[in-house]
Design a protein around this ligand. Structure first.
Ligand SMILES: [Zn+2]
Length: 200
């Protein structure tokens, strides 16, 4: 058998073969916008926490205090976001729901149920206009009128959304407690010459 006449495999500009296709499912991120309420059903059991920079309407994973983090270069402080494997209640479309730190913090029922969230209906309400308005989370008592799909690997999906190599995110998982990343925030402030710009 000869390969003559076949279309050559696509390659990168350097001539390296393309990496093998990723098998992570693709889902889009979702969050409530402009004073609206988003009703979701948790498919996964746990909220996955990650420090991120919010930029142009979407979160990007933070690798501060590495100078390679674009957020670090731009001087943006990272914030904690929780990511939940979910399905939209009304449309039944699979999404990764983005839960802000404030929403998580001010919702003790969510914190208590974190780890056994599957099947719970959450209401995420944007408390005002603008994408920075605070979000309120409530765990409702609504019943789910459809069968839940099998849970997905949120970490693998986030890696795919953010173009990271498989395995990069697990090591960097952060807890929802702010104290877990105080050290990291302090390192960033130090690296930038102190909060008041006067060194240490
Ligand atoms: Zn960063």
């Amino acid at each position: 058998m000869s390969n003559e006449g076949r279309t050559p495999r696509p390659s990168t500009l350097r001539g390296d073969p393309l990496p093998p296709p990723r098998h992570a499912q693709f889902m889009r991120l979702t969050y409530p916008r402009d004073g609206r309420t988003l009703l979701i059903v948790a498919v996964g059991a746990t909220v996955y926490g990650k420090l991120c920079h919010w930029f142009e309407g979407r979160p990007y994973p933070c690798s501060c205090p590495s100078a390679a983090c674009p957020g670090m270069g731009a001087g943006w402080m990272p914030r904690w976001y929780g990511y939940l494997d979910a399905v939209e209640y009304r449309t039944q479309i699979r999404r990764i729901a983005v839960i802000t730190e404030g929403a998580y913090r001010h919702c003790p029922p969510l914190q208590r149920a974190d780890g056994s969230l599957r099947g719970k209906v959450l209401s995420l309400e944007r408390m005002g206009r603008g994408q920075n308005a605070p979000v309120r989370c409530q765990v409702t008592t609504d019943a789910v009128p459809f069968d839940l799909p099998a849970p997905s690997d949120v970490v693998a999906i986030l890696e795919r959304i953010w173009g990271l190599c498989p395995g990069m995110l697990q090591a960097n998982q952060e807890g929802p407690d702010a104290s877990a990343h105080q050290e990291q925030l302090a390192a960033i402030v130090d690296a930038k010459g102190g909060r008041n710009g006067n060194g240490k």
